[in-house]
Design a protein around this ligand. Structure first.
Ligand code: DAH
Length: 358
């Protein structure tokens, strides 16, 4: 056995038995910059061509065998380490939740889940869009003119103007730009809801600078106001879990719908409190209308071929109406007492069959 064979047997034996740390030490001492094999490789340069031809194959094979053995050992050690970690971090998902576990589902999340459940049943998908929008999607494509008050600084959080950017960036002021993004990327028929955060420069008992909206959009052929009315009535009955929901559609104006309607829902007074249902009084709950032909055209669709309706409303407001909170600011205070009182159990997932209100 040559010296090289001897060293090789010893080295390969050490590699096979090494742990991660020892393996790295072996790697550095053999293949590192001043490692033994590296030094051996360097001797090739000083040899005469004949000698090099005679010795190079053995030295190179030696180097290759050691490098392969190190890589193989490292892969085995890594795999074993991962297995050990997976085994030690295993969670038993079938165990019951510990009694007294902290945490609850915020009413906003709860209501968003309820809305997704109700609209999924009607064939609507959930769509999303960016909270940092540009003014084309947020305003222009929605037929909101340059002079519209919503565009003013005191209502909208703008980012500083950037040179070279065609459109000014802002925090979206409503979820309606998701209509635009959806129409530009999907072919009708379209049926979506878009829940999410929106931002306005506003703060009092019923306004916070960030709040939540949900947008609805249907685009197809031969869609008319009757479809809108039926959809909203079906949704509100399911949401408030009452059959005596009465809607009132009032003519209104939104730049992105024509005609536009505001939807009121009737309430009655029970034990001195307003309760949704009946028609003793009216509360505004939604903005909606038939999508303006200009909006459909801005998205590259032919308004003579496609029509649709849209609606938008505040999720926080829906939560307040359904679950009886009266100060919107408390939604975002993170006060544990409030969360314990108004929060929902994480495992009570809203389902239509079980009652969306959980
Ligand atoms: N974007 C409106 C707002 O923020 C709400 C709205 C009204 C959305 C009418 C719509 C609609 O889709 O048709 O106040």
């Amino acid at each position: 056995m040559t010296d090289l064979d001897q060293t090789r047997v010893e080295l390969l034996g050490a590699i096979a038995a090494a742990d991660a740390e020892a393996l790295e030490t072996i790697r550095v001492s053999a293949l590192g910059k001043s490692g033994s094999i590296t030094a051996l490789m360097k001797t090739l340069g000083q040899m005469s061509p004949e000698e090099r031809q005679a010795k190079a194959p053995a030295i190179q094979a030696f180097r290759g065998a050691v490098a392969d053995a190190i890589a193989e050992r490292k892969a085995a050690l890594d795999a074993a380490a991962l297995d050990a970690r997976l085994a030690s971090e295993r969670l038993d998902m079938t165990r019951p939740v510990a009694a007294g576990a902290e945490g609850s589902v915020h009413p906003v999340s709860q209501v968003m889940d309820e809305l997704a459940e109700i609209f999924a049943d009607l064939g609507f998908a959930v769509a999303t869009g960016p909270e940092i929008e540009d003014d084309w999607h947020n305003f222009t494509a929605l037929n909101i003119p340059e002079t519209h008050p919503a565009r003013a600084m005191h209502d909208t959080f703008y980012f500083p103007d950037e040179e070279g950017r065609a459109h000014r960036m802002l925090l979206r002021t409503h979820t309606s730009p998701v209509q635009i993004r959806t129409m530009m990327t999907q072919q009708p028929p379209i049926r979506i809801i878009a829940p999410g955060r929106v931002y306005r420069s506003d703060s009092d008992a019923t306004h916070t600078p960030m709040f939540h909206q949900i947008e609805g959009l249907v685009i197809d052929k031969d869609i008319h106001l009757g479809h809108l009315r039926w959809t909203l009535e079906t949704f509100l009955k399911a949401f408030f879990e009452r059959d005596d929901i009465v809607l009132r559609l009032r003519p209104s104006y939104f730049p992105f719908t024509e005609p536009s309607v505001e939807v009121d829902v009737g309430y009655s007074i029970e034990k001195g409190r307003r309760v949704i249902g009946g028609s003793e009084g009216w509360m505004e709950v939604l903005g909606s209308g038939m999508v303006h032909p200009k909006v459909i055209a801005a998205c590259g669709l032919d308004p003579d071929e496609y029509q649709g309706f849209a609606f938008g409303t505040g999720v926080d407001r829906l939560a307040m109406l359904k679950y009886g909170m009266d100060d919107l600011r408390a939604f975002f205070d993170g006060d544990l007492r409030w969360l314990r009182h108004y929060g929902f159990r994480a495992l009570d997932v809203p389902t239509l069959s079980g009652g969306v209100g959980a």
